[in-house]
Each structure stands twice: as structure tokens, then as C-alpha cells.
Write a protein that binds this ligand. Structure first.
Ligand SMILES: *Cc1c(COP(=O)(O)O)cnc(C)c1O
Length: 404
């Protein structure tokens, strides 16, 4: 089959499993925060591949890291180790609370490893009765059976039963509810420092500290799912760094590879010892290509210039969105942290985030939704400020048309 074979959006419905509903245009090329479709039309990308393209599209340093590694070594399996994986692990350990790293390929797999490690640790140090995992209502942790079960959105686990046992949910930012639920049988509490899919909701001041204290009181592990909030997204390398709290386990994916599939579970020496030889694994996890790219992403993102730039871009976007909210009745409020932002739809527009997304696309602007009531933005951390201004012009135009 040659690459001159013509394909279009209708082929999706013909040959792809219908679990997605992609929009009608097909992007074929990207550069920075711009995408071009099959017809050569340009789009400003405030979606960032759902908080993945941290350095935009086709960043020269990432192309260099990938192609340089591609000419050397792609895959060796975990029977051998490799230099890019070791370098990336050293840098992640150096930059965070962690002593040890496990690599996988997606956010769900990093979380799967985190939940399995928590249960294994509890099993070995206390006994099988200490297996309960507490997560938050509306949280999202991935699409494997374990991670949809821990996730707090029942629509993702319904119809895939029998359900996994020993998992419960409490409302996010509700410390009293967690206090009610947590017990010596709890092995782990898992929290997103900013709930992403659940509507772009940051942890309330003091919430993460209070969760940490309850975990310590009951001998439970604290897991931060930073798959979406991590790698500079909120203006710190990881969102937990805005607080005084350290987790026992942290998961990273999405922006970690800047678009190349890779994820990591970070943890302490004490816990890592419970994942002995043969207890867990991944064929592709820690492969040289992904690790070489992620190492370069980390080198670039974990610098004062890039992290401070996230804050500046947040301000620009927030001001622009609030100005639009003043003139048009679509947004009620703006929330989020750094470049993970949500514009909450006003009462009359509730449920219409998909329509907002489609209207924006028609004006050459890509945005996301976070549930039916929130327009979500997760652009490149280095999006040019001129692209932000142009994006706001296009968004205003889209909303004006929608309101008419
Ligand atoms: C996207 C996401 C995941 C799942 O990541 P995949 O790479 O799709 O498996 C898990 N947790 C959070 C917080 C996410 O945003």
C-alpha cells in the first residue's frame, strides 16, 4: 500500500472501531502551535493533543532527539537496559521527591503500576485486608479495567463487569468525606492535583496537605496522578510542587513525551523494593526512542524560562477569556492552573461544550471540552503570545456566531 493512497474522514466510519467521534477535518502537518489540514487550512492548537504536545508540533530539538536515537537503537526489551532510560530516570529522580522510576507507555499503564504497587506493598507489609483504594468522584485515571474502576466516572466502567472490588469514591476537595471513608484497610488514596477530564478543577488550598495527613494517620499511601497536570503544565514541573506535600507515588505521561508515547511511575526506595524481579513489567516500557525524546522534553521544560512563561501565558489567556465572558453570555467563569485551563459554560449554555468546540474549529481554532459544561485549553507550554492573541480573536468570532 503506497502513501499516495487517498483517505478521508468517511474512511474512519468505514474501517475504525467507532469508540471515537473525530471532527471532520484531518490534520496532516503541524509546526509550533499551528496545524494544517488536508485542504491546507490552518488551525491554532489550544488543545495540544490533550495536554500532550508540551512543546508544540515538530519542535526541532525533539525531532533531533528522536531521529538521532532512531539511527542508533530503537528497542532492546527489558532483558537489557539502555542509556536513554537511565539518563531520563536519573533526571526525574533528581528533579522530584522520587528515588526510583518505572517506565511504561501510557497514563493508564503508569497508574496500573501505581495501584498494583500500592496493593503489593500493603499485602506484604500488613496483609490482604489492607487493599482498599479511595479515589475521587469525577476523577479520571485511564481506560484499563483497573483504572476505569478507580476512576470516578461510572460511565467508563459500566458494562465491563464484574467490577473490581475494594475501590470507593469521595467528592474531590471534600476532606470530611475522605475522613469518613479512610480506615486502616485503606492501602492508597489517589488524587489528581488538578482534576483534568473532570472539569479542570484545581485542588483547594490545604486539600492536598489534609489528604496527606489522613493518609499518614491511617498508614495509607498517597498517589498523585499527574498524567495531565505534570511536566510543567501548571507552571511547576509537577503540580504537587505548588504545595508543601510529597506523594509516595506519582504518575506522569501525556506531556512527558511531548507527543511520543511514554509514561513513568515515580516512587520511593521503600516502596520500590516491593516490585521485585518479575512482579511487574512492560515490553515497550522504557524503550530508547521514548526515553530519548522525554529526556529532551524534561531538559527544556524544567527551566525557569519555560516554567515562568507558562504563568505569563496563563495570565494572557485568562484575561482574554474574561474579556470575552464580559461581552458574550457563554462563559460564567475561568479556572485552572498554568496552561491547563477551563472556561465554565454559563447556565443557558450548559451541556454545549461540544458545540463550542465545533464552532471554534470552524473558525480555525482547536479547543477541548472537559465534560459537557467546560471548554478546556491545554496548549503548548511555549505557544507564541501572538498565537494566543489570534486564538482569542478566533474564539470570539466563533462564539459570536454561536450566540446569533
Ligand atoms: C489522560 C489521563 C490518563 C490516561 O492516560 P492514557 O495515556 O490515555 O492512558 C490518566 N490520568 C489522567 C489524570 C489523565 O488525564
Amino acid at each position: 500500500m503506497s502513501d499516495s493512497m487517498q483517505v478521508g474522514r468517511s474512511d474512519f466510519d468505514r474501517v475504525m472501531v467507532p469508540n471515537y467521534a473525530p471532527v471532520d477535518m484531518i490534520p496532516v502537518r503541524g509546526e509550533g502551535s499551528r496545524l494544517w489540514d488536508q485542504q491546507g487550512r490552518d488551525y491554532i492548537d489550544l488543545a495540544g493533543g490533550i495536554a500532550v504536545n508540551a512543546l508544540g508540533h515538530a519542535h526541532p530539538a525533539l525531532i533531533e532527539a528522536l531521529t538521532e536515537q532512531a539511527g542508533k537503537l530503537w528497542h532492546v526489551s527489558n532483558v537489557l537496559t539502555n542509556e536513554p532510560a537511565l539518563r531520563l530516570a536519573c533526571k526525574l529522580v533528581e528533579a522530584t521527591f522520587a528515588d526510583k522510576v518505572f517506565f511504561a507507555n501510557s497514563g493508564a499503564e503508569a497508574n496500573e503500576a501505581a495501584f498494583k504497587l500500592a496493593r503489593r506493598w500493603a499485602h506484604e507489609t500488613t496483609g490482604p485486608e489492607k487493599h482498599e483504594i479511595i479515589a475521587c468522584t469525577n476523577s479520571f485515571h485511564g481506560r484499563t479495567l483497573f483504572t476505569v474502576s478507580v476512576g470516578g466516572q461510572p460511565k467508563y466502567s459500566q458494562g465491563f463487569g464484574p467490577a473490581l472490588a475494594g475501590i470507593s469514591h469521595v467528592p474531590y476537595n471534600d476532606i470530611a468525606a475522605l475522613e469518613q471513608q479512610i480506615s486502616p484497610r485503606t492501602c492508597a488514596v489517589v488524587v489528581e492535583p488538578v482534576q483534568g477530564e473532570g472539569g479542570v478543577i484545581p485542588a483547594a488550598p490545604g486539600y492536598l496537605e489534609a489528604v496527606r495527613a489522613l493518609c499518614d494517620k491511617h498508614g495509607a499511601l498517597l498517589i498523585f496522578d499527574e498524567v495531565q497536570s505534570g511536566m510543567g503544565r501548571t507552571g511547576k514541573l509537577f503540580a504537587y510542587m505548588h504545595s508543601a506535600v510529597q506523594p509516595d507515588i506519582l504518575t506522569s505521561a501525556k506531556s512527558l513525551g511531548g507527543g511520543f508515547p511514554i509514561s513513568a511511575m515515580l516512587t520511593t526506595d521503600r516502596l520500590a523494593s516491593h516490585f521485585g524481579v518479575g512482579t511487574h513489567g512492560s515490553t515497550y516500557g522504557g524503550n530508547p526512542l521514548g526515553c530519548a525524546v522525554a529526556e529532551r522534553v524534561l531538559d527544556i521544560v524544567n527551566t525557569p524560562a519555560v516554567l515562568a512563561g507558562v504563568e505569563r501565558r496563563h495570565q494572557l489567556l485568562a484575561e482574554g477569556l474574561l474579556a470575552i465572558a464580559e461581552d458574550l453570555p457563554v462563559f460564567a467563569s475561568v479556572r485552572g492552573r498554568g496552561l491547563l485551563m477551563g472556561a465554565v459554560l454559563s447556565e443557558p449554555w450548559k451541556g454545549q461544550a461540544r458545540q463550542v468546540q465545533e464552532a471554534a474549529q470552524q473558525e480555525g481554532l482547536l479547543v477541548l471540552q472537559a465534560g459537557p459544561d467546560v471548554m478546556r485549553l491545554a496548549p503548548s507550554l511555549i505557544i507564541p503570545e501572538a498565537d494566543i492573541q489570534e486564538a482569542l480573536v478566533r474564539l470570539r468570532r466563533a462564539l459570536e456566531r454561536l450566540v446569533k
